[in-house]
Design a protein around this ligand. Structure first.
Ligand code: GUN
Ligand code: ZN
Length: 470
């Protein structure tokens, strides 16, 4: 891979600390071809876990050109005029999976991730979250430090795409954008909007919020970096007026941009929203009336949504980001994933740090399995056969599911020919691996061990758009 030009050459706002190595690629597309031979593991719309042994994949300009049995290698190299020098052959127990897609995370909250789990959502926001975000909002060098460590950490943990919330400041959001661009991650980035029911030093007027949102959108669009998408981000109905949400919906539609927000996460929050918006039928109706439910809307949590609300969400083409670690940590509740899947609603997986206390999508997969298992405890035998949610389902949500939710499954999410290569090389036998492989293990056993016991030590290479970023 061709490492980056220094950011300074491309009029970047962000100044790196002296020892920081900027990995921004020369343009968004990998310059050289890449050929990978080995075992490919991914999901398709019909199957949660597909294992393709002994395959060869060709990648050109970042895109997957072919995926064929390895005995065709020489013929493929010849017909696509590819150089064998660019061949990467995986070792025996190594395998390659699509990059993880974290459909919901808060970059400024990375600062206090792992603490603050003593409170439920609303006091947690007031006690830990708003004060921390206020600090990043006003201190550029602190924001830079936090964002650099946050993006580095998510990439190392295999999140090739993340949908981030920043803070209410367009300038501070630009620091996050610079850092993401330098480190080569694919991301949705949101300047957060809050014009009511918020601390005096962490709130905007309606006019400021709209003006700053335009400024933030223009900054990202002007970069013409296809890996970066501005995402319109009304924090949640609890911190936005109807008028602001309406204006934000218009901005999103005007530029064809995605929207991200929170919905129905916690019982007290649902009651607070009902009190704030007495004219609305329910939480979903608050967003629907404001025009923020479209086919690019990512709704985090959705734990307490009624069947009627799920139906409206499905009809609008919006989807849900399941954030099980956060739901457990903030004691919010448990999303019935099977119900959402059966309703045919788009569903992805998110870490929601620092509500969740891990930046790792492997952790999100595990918590998702635990959440689904926990729901079965209260199911009675007279309620019929349980439809289990398995680790394979969670693997799909962490990759293709989140990509579908974010509306980018035509570009990433699995190894379909024509998509861009966002991928992780997994080495189950790396030095210091947190698990062991035995001769009795099947390939599927090894994959399952990685998903349940593995960590970032096993993720030995990370590719975004065929550029190696870790
Ligand atoms: N988990 C979580 N829920 C929210 N609802 C409104 N803001 C937040 C937030 O920052 N985290
Ligand atoms: Zn959140």
């Amino acid at each position: 891979m061709n490492p980056s030009k220094p950011c300074a050459e491309k009029k970047i706002h962000y100044q790196h600390p002296k020892d920081f190595e900027c990995r921004r690629m020369n343009g968004p597309r990998a310059k050289t071809d890449l050929i990978v031979q080995g075992c490919f593991v991914h999901s398709t719309p019909n199957e949660s876990l597909v294992v393709n042994e002994d395959m060869v994949m060709g990648v050109r300009g970042g895109r997957i050109l072919f995926m064929e049995p390895k005995d065709k290698l020489d013929a493929l190299l010849c017909s696509f005029e590819m150089d064998k020098e660019n061949l990467m052959t995986l070792e025996k127990n190594q395998f390659i999976i699509p990059g993880f897609v974290d459909s919901h995370a808060h970059a400024p909250q990375y600062t206090f991730m792992g603490t603050g789990g003593d409170l439920p959502l609303i006091p947690w926001l007031q006690t830990y979250t708003y004060p921390t975000e206020t600090l990043l909002n006003t201190d550029d060098s602190f924001a830079r430090d936090v964002y650099e460590k946050c993006v580095n950490r998510t990439l190392r943990n295999g999140s090739t795409t993340v949908s981030y919330y920043a803070t209410i400041s367009a300038d501070a959001t630009r620091i996050l954008t610079d850092v993401i661009e330098c480190q080569g991650q694919r991301a949705f980035i949101g300047k957060v909007n809050m014009d009511t029911n918020s601390p005096d030093d962490y709130v905007e007027t309606l006019e400021e919020s709209v003006k700053e949102t335009h400024r933030f959108v223009e900054d990202i669009l002007a970069r013409k970096n296809p890996l970066l998408t501005p995402c319109i981000t009304p924090r949640f109905a609890g911190s936005c007026t109807h008028e602001l949400m309406e204006d934000l919906g218009k901005i999103a539609r005007g530029h064809s941009l995605p929207i991200q927000t929170h919905i129905s996460e916690n019982r007290d929050e649902v009651k607070m929203i009902a009190d704030m918006f007495p004219q609305a039928k329910n939480y979903t109706d608050v967003y629907d009336r404001a025009g923020v439910l479209g086919d690019k809307t990512i709704l985090a949590h959705g734990v307490y949504l009624s069947d009627e609300e799920l139906q409206v969400i499905g009809e609008r083409g919006s989807g849900i980001s399941h954030c099980p670690n956060s739901n457990f940590t903030l004691k919010s509740g448990i999303l019935d994933v099977r119900k959402v899947m059966n309703a045919g609603i788009k569903l992805g997986l998110g870490t929601d740090f620092a509500g969740g206390h891990s930046p790792s999508m492997l952790d999100a997969i595990r918590r998702g399995v635990t959440a689904a298992n926990t729901l079965t405890f209260s199911q009675r035998s007279d309620q019929g056969q349980l439809e289990l949610v398995t680790y394979k389902d969670l693997f799909r949500l962490a990759t293709l599911g989140s990509a579908e939710l974010m509306g980018i499954s035509d570009q990433i999410g699995n190894f379909e020919v024509g998509k861009q290569l966002d991928a992780l090389v997994i080495d189950p036998e790396v030095d210091q691996s947190p698990f062991d492989v035995f001769s009795t293990d099947s390939r599927e056993d090894i994959i399952q061990k990685f998903l349940f016991v593995g960590d970032d030590r096993n993720i030995v290479k990370v590719f975004v758009n065929a550029n190696q970023v870790v």
